[in-house]
Design a protein around this ligand. Structure first.
Ligand code: 6PG
Length: 246
């Protein structure tokens, strides 16, 4: 299935498009399922996502955000108070009454221990029908690095340190992007999402956008395409230069 492409001229337009997308998807998914699961990346994503999502929740407050669970697609292995914490960044931006929709990240000094417990959390917070052999997220919001990484899956390092016999979550101990120690969903898990949206801006990411569009699987971000779900790209005009003939 061809990805859906949304090109925006500026941040305002991107936010508007993202709000519409989140609103439509949430409305539909909340009709289909008792609990919906959303995975979000770190980096610049907390700012972009929270702006769009908070606008949407005010419109759909009656629709019940208590049935929404937000997971970190990847997390830096640090305490939540640390300025590198992705979850910490989200919590700073979201009002306290909404903090309960975020699934906790279990920090331990040993990253393998954090990853193992995080995987247990997936099993605890997802519904049985979302756990058919592998965790199937309803929606993922992914960012991309200029080297083509997504979540904490870096080029040439797609095979993660396994933390148990399942292959949903992996531990990373030498991430090229600091901080070095991270927990991430595996590519396999990401590929099973029902809806995946990339949010990408800037000329330095245009080549990666082209890679995702043309299925150039040398980039982890391009491998993150859902097998059986919908892929949507939100890009600004600079990043869209990477798609010569959409
Ligand atoms: C992280 C991320 C990472 C991020 C990309 C893009 O914790 O570092 O989850 O995968 O999404 O590196 O980051 P920017 O949006 O900041 O460029």
């Amino acid at each position: 299935m061809k990805p859906q492409l949304n090109v925006s001229a500026d941040d305002r337009e991107l936010n508007k498009q993202l709000c519409t997308y989140i609103h439509e998807k949430l409305t539909y998914l909340l009709e289909q399922s008792g609990i919906i699961s959303i995975g979000v990346s770190g980096g610049s994503m907390p700012k972009v996502f929270s702006k769009a999502f908070l606008h949407v929740t005010s419109e759909i407050r009656n629709l019940n955000w208590k049935r929404i669970r937000i997971f970190m697609v990847d997390e830096r292995n640090v305490e939540i108070e640390d300025e590198d914490s992705n979850l910490g960044a989200y919590l700073k931006l979201f009002p306290e009454e909404l903090h309960e929709i975020f699934v906790p990240f279990p920090y331990h000094k040993d990253v393998r221990h954090s990853a193992r417990e995080y995987e247990l959390n997936l099993r605890k917070y997802l519904l049985p029908e979302q756990l058919n052999n592998i965790a199937r997220f309803d929606m993922l919001f992914l960012g991309v690095g200029p080297d083509g990484h997504t979540a904490s899956i870096f080029p040439g390092r797609e095979r993660l340190e396994k933390v148990n016999e399942l292959n949903w979550v992996g531990a990373v101990s030498e991430s090229p992007k600091p901080p070095p120690s991270r927990v991430t969903l595996t590519l396999q898990c990401i590929q099973h999402a029902k809806n995946t949206a990339f949010i990408i801006s800037g000329r330095q990411k245009a080549e990666i956008v082209r890679g995702i569009w043309h299925r150039d699987f040398k980039y982890p971000a391009a491998q993150a395409r859902p097998y059986n779900g919908k892929l949507t790209l939100f890009v600004d005009e600079d990043a869209a230069v990477g798609i010569p003939n959409p």
